[in-house]
Ligand binder design. Structure first.
Ligand SMILES: Cc1ncc(COP(=O)(O)O)c(C=O)c1O
Length: 477
């Protein structure tokens, strides 16, 4: 029996009429319905009410509600006026969200094959929480084929869940205690804050990169961040390829993170969600001239029991909406702990089956990955040729599907420029969404995605240049 029906005579219905006056603390008559909390006083825009007898929220939920998620401001504007070639050609183009739209035809024709996606009676029942054995075997095979780990992965090293975001939170629950912190090179993917802080209550401690190279982080910078943290630091979290730079760390840098972590008793979580969208040859690009991979002695991870990976289908398989991520670990203890609570993050059985069918077709899968990388490379070249021609500096990329562009030339505050671009019909992500340092140099960078058809990319660039030109004209007048 629904609770409303059960309680109707005594509470729910009869109280409804009085909710407005009775459920809130009595305050002076000019502001009778609302009791303003101290949180609200600190943030004039937030409207947090403290009900006495009404719905109650945890301190955590109140804190989260009061936090501003910068990108959601832009996203709301975009959603209300979304660009569509035919139905809304003047709408806002979204090149801010990290989505790859270059392979819709290939992916849909595979997934929509009835042999792959028809739901069976067995799929109507609960499935295994960490993903089926078949799926975890197929994922291990895929990662072994493409990442070439020195110690081969098997299904025991894999736990599947509903996206890397929720899985990062799961790692937060398993590896950290509430109130702990992790080092993260800044600027960093915004989800490294929200995903792990909102649930597991684990906090980022930003680490500065070298002045002349945003993909270089020195041991001294890591030491300094560790020393100055007011919270106990338990780990290092990095994204490789990096988000927002769309570039891989060098082998040497990765080894520095791992060795630093080992020597300070920290663990490493390496989020490799763009790991199969590495369209430049990683090995030759990332090794210093005159050296070979053997020079780095990275045949094995320095501390395999404390080095954990994340990977997923959102980016490399263009399946953001299906919500599938993977936790990877060589540690039996950590895997056992993750498996104990992964019932909170399991994926639907029919999605499990769809993925098995895709991955077991190795020829199709490997061609898909190769073609995707060809398309990304082409699109990157197209974008950077255009930026070069218009004198817009950017961080050179080698992977993923976005680059970080420098819009200091606009001469506007970053937020105001972001709004101007939205008015001009283009949504891209400002540096503040990546927790960039509040300095002249680090602000006024924007991440722009390029995994869209060329016509849409060209239209976006026209809109970007138009906004910049208008600003220049206004300054001259
Ligand atoms: C580095 C990184 N990790 C994780 C995620 C979230 O992944 P998922 O869609 O699997 O939750 C993103 C999405 O943009 C990302 O860029």
């Amino acid at each position: 029996m629904p609770i409303a029906t059960a309680l109707e005579p005594i509470s729910v219905i009869s109280n409804k009429r009085n909710l407005e006056f009775n459920n809130f603390e009595k305050v002076p008559s000019h502001n009778r319905n609302l009791k303003v909390t101290s949180i609200q006083r600190n943030n004039k825009k937030a409207r947090i009410f403290k009900p006495l007898n009404g719905p109650k929220l945890s301190k955590r939920a109140l804190e989260i509600q009061n936090e501003e998620f910068l990108l959601s401001k832009g996203i709301i504007i975009v959603r209300n006026n979304k660009y569509h070639t035919e139905t809304n050609p003047n709408g806002i183009i979204n090149l801010g969200t990290a989505e790859n739209k270059l392979n819709n035809v290939e992916m849909l024709s595979k997934i929509n094959d009835p042999k792959i996606s028809t739901v069976t009676p067995e799929q109507l029942l609960y499935g295994p929480n960490p993903g089926s054995d078949r799926l975890r075997e197929e994922i291990a095979k895929l990662l072994n084929r493409h990442f070439n780990p020195k110690v081969l992965l098997s299904k025991e090293n894999i736990c599947v869940g509903n996206g890397c975001g929720p899985l990062l939170n799961l790692c937060g629950e398993v590896l950290f205690d509430a109130g702990d912190a992790f080092l993260v090179p800044e600027p960093f993917y915004g989800g490294f804050e929200a995903d792990i802080k909102y649930g597991a209550r684990v906090y980022p401690v930003p680490v500065q990169h070298e002045k002349d190279d945003c993909l270089k982080v020195s041991e001294e910078a890591l030491e300094e961040a560790l020393r100055n943290s007011s919270r106990p630091v338990k780990g290092i979290i990095i994204a490789n390829p990096n988000n927002p730079f769309g570039r891989c760390y060098s082998a040497e840098q990765l080894l520095l993170f791992c060795n630093f972590a080992k020597s300070h008793g920290l663990f490493v979580i390496c989020d490799e969600i763009y790991g199969l969208s590495t369209w430049n040859d990683i090995v030759t690009e990332n090794i210093e001239e005159g050296k070979t991979i053997e020079d780095y002695e990275c045949h094995y991870l320095p501390d395999p029991q404390n080095t954990h990976g994340l990977w997923g289908f959102s980016k490399d398989f263009c399946l953001n909406g299906l919500r599938i991520g993977v936790t990877i670990s060589y540690s039996k203890t950590v895997m056992a702990a993750i498996q104990k609570i992964c019932f909170l993050t399991c994926i639907p059985t029919n999605i499990d089956n769809i993925l098995v069918n895709i991955l077991s077709d190795e020829k199709w899968t490997d061609e898909f990955i190769l073609n995707n990388n060809r398309k990304l490379f082409k699109s990157y070249n197209h974008l950077t040729n255009s930026l070069n021609a218009h004198g817009i500096p950017y961080v050179k990329g080698d992977s993923g599907f976005f680059i970080y562009i420098d819009l200091h030339q606009a001469g506007l505050d970053e937020y105001d420029l972001w709004m101007k671009l939205l008015e001009g019909g283009l949504y891209i992500s400002p540096s503040q969404a990546f927790f960039s340092k509040d300095s002249y140099e680090e602000r006024n960078w924007f991440r722009i995605c390029f995994a869209v058809e060329q016509a849409e990319l060209d239209l976006s660039l026209d809109r970007l240049y138009k906004v910049l030109d208008n600003l220049k004209q206004n300054k001259l007048n």
